[in-house]
Design a protein around this ligand. Structure first.
Ligand code: SAM
Length: 282
């Protein structure tokens, strides 16, 4: 069965409509699923949103075990058919946002040395899914995902770039990001309005900076909450216990100009400021 064939996809879907609310744009390219599976290889692979199983089958051909979490119950009988040739896959019918990822990995991948995530992500929840996977601290070796091209640019943007934002800074605490390749809209059925790209997040064994996570993420969140404001003005709304004048001193004592804006700072700069905030005594 060739799942990248439009006629086969239509036949498998039958009466089922492609559900826009679940971001259902299925891959009909032969090379893209193989390239994702090769780039994201690990013994154990967690897939989010298998759809009709196009990427899943490639993952099964490479990995020792694949667990695929799919929200749409109507796709389950289709996946039964398309994955029938493989005995190393388990499909779980659930919303990934409701799954206890750490518990799932512990239960399903006990006999796998390394576990990675591979997915053609549903675009309506790209950022929350990525943050959930990273914050779960499961020790995934990598996360190789298809995202909107614009999100791929944002994820790999350096500090100061126009697309650099809170997501970029937060992700850079957990992983290095590499854009692997672009995927044109014609590689999907139905064809989406946007182009896509595959990115690989390689997770750090140890964080690249040493500081209190809670303060660091407060600073990052605050810094990007009001983009056109200076850092001192943005932080004064989220760091309530330190007067604005003292926050200005903290920022300059860390070596930054008083009028610096958050979008020009990288993770090392944010960590330096977070540590100075934690060391502050009135
Ligand atoms: N992997 C398939 C492919 O590449 O052809 C399908 C990818 S499609 C872009 C996204 C898939 O994620 C759909 O199958 C959709 O039903 C599923 N999905 C959407 N929201 C989800 C959620 N919250 N949890 C799990 N799966 C979800």
């Amino acid at each position: 069965m060739k799942l990248t064939d439009i006629g086969t996809v239509k036949e498998l879907m039958g009466e089922n409509a492609f559900k826009k609310q679940f971001g259902q744009n299925f891959l009909i390219s032969e090379s893209v699923p193989r390239r994702i599976a090769e780039a994201g290889f690990a013994e154990g692979v967690l897939e989010i949103g298998p759809g009709i199983g196009t990427l899943t089958r490639e993952l099964c051909a490479h990995a020792k075990k694949v667990v695929a979490v799919e929200i749409d119950t109507t796709l389950l009988p289709i996946l039964d058919k398309t994955l029938a040739d493989f005995d190393n896959v388990k499909v779980i019918n659930n919303d990934i946002m409701k799954v206890d990822v750490a518990a799932l990995v512990k239960e399903e991948f006990a006999d796998c040395k390394e576990v990675a995530v591979c997915a053609n992500l549903p675009y309506y929840i790209t950022s929350p899914v990525l943050m959930k996977l990273l914050e779960s601290k499961v020790g995934f070796t990598s996360i190789t995902v298809m995202v909107q091209k614009e999100v791929a640019t944002r994820l790999s943007a350096p500090a100061g770039h126009e697309t650099y934002g809170a997501l970029t800074a937060a992700v850079s605490y957990y992983a290095s990001v590499k854009k692997l390749f672009d995927v044109p809209a014609g590689c999907f059925m139905p064809k989406p309005k946007v182009d896509s790209a595959v990115v690989k997040l390689t997770l750090y064994q140890e964080p690249p900076v040493n500081c209190q996570e809670e303060t660091l993420f407060k600073v990052i969140k605050g810094a990007f909450a009001q983009r056109r404001k200076t850092l001192v003005n943005s932080l004064s709304t989220v760091i309530g216990h330190i007067p604005k004048s003292a926050l200005a001193e903290i920022i300059t004592s860390c070596g930054f100009a008083e009028g610096v804006r958050g979008e020009t700072l990288d993770i090392h700069a944010f960590a330096k400021i977070a540590n100075a905030i934690d060391a502050y005594q009135a």
